[in-house]
Design a protein around this ligand. Structure first.
Ligand code: Z5A
Length: 206
């Protein structure tokens, strides 16, 4: 099979600096004249962005059931893999993705307490081993992320959860990293931006 491009995902709880990291990586790859795409989950295609709106809309009068949340995350991912991620990798581009499969284990597994067996079943079906080559996990306690995120606009549906929820999400992320040390690089996101970016460069150079 033809060699695929490099697949990099960025993970972490709300406000830890994923968007900032993605912008930094964008500059770095441009400087190195590497062909890449930036994308995100949930979203990344026209249809997946429409589903994202349902997932994050804080104003719906109907409560979104946790199983529906999980299934919609994977519906987005199925569309995203098919339409964006796989074609780009097949063209040997780098794919830099703001959140991917680990977010489902962390948020729907850790945060919402959905059984890992159910998530794994969808993972096997939809992701089918299309894992990132490297995953940068920006790690910080929820208080740090939430304080940073506070300065932005109104919160989306998931952002309205309590600190306890994000604590469970963080622990689930760290567990994923522990289980797959070859793929994950955990970066202490409480450090200043320059230190975090030095660490990111180290991962990119790998
Ligand atoms: N979700 C899910 O549940 N299941 C799934 O499978 C997937 C997703 C794929 C999508 O939100 C939601 O979907 C998310 C998980 C769920 N819900 N939550 N929560 P998103 O990815 O669009 O947005 P987000 O997680 O809420 O990210 P964010 O709030 O945009 O945060 P961020 O991108 O990590 O942070 P940032 O915007 O880069 O930085 C925040 C501020 O901190 C900003 O002012 C920066 O300048 C500053 N910053 C960044 N780094 C530093 C350092 N090192 N020091 C000081 N200040 C810093």
């Amino acid at each position: 099979m033809k060699k695929l491009g490099i697949f990099l995902s960025i993970e972490g709880i709300e406000g830890v600096g994923k968007t900032t990291a993605v912008r930094f990586i964008e500059q770095y790859l441009k400087q190195k004249e590497i062909d890449f795409i930036l994308t995100r989950e949930p979203g990344g295609t026209e249809i997946a962005e429409q589903i994202r709106h349902i997932l994050l809309n804080p104003n719906s009068e109907e409560i979104l059931a946790t199983n529906t949340e999980l299934l919609l995350m994977f519906a987005c991912r199925a569309q995203h893999i098919q339409q964006v991620i796989l074609p780009a990798l097949q063209e040997q581009k780098w794919v830099v993705c703001d959140r991917y499969i680990d977010a489902s284990y962390a948020y729907q597994g850790g945060g919402r307490n959905i059984s890992l067996a159910h998530i794994k079943m969808l993972d096997d079906w939809i992701v089918n081993e299309l894992l990132p080559d490297k995953t940068i996990l920006l790690d910080a306690p929820p208080e740090v992320g939430l304080a940073r995120a506070k300065h932005r606009g109104p919160q989306d549906r998931i952002e309205q959860e309590a600190v306890d929820f994000f604590d469970r999400v963080r622990r689930a992320y760290l567990l994923r990293a522990e289980e797959d040390p070859k793929r994950f690089r955990v970066i202490d996101a409480t450090k200043d931006l320059e230190t975090v970016q030095d660490e990111i460069i180290r991962v990119l150079n790998e």
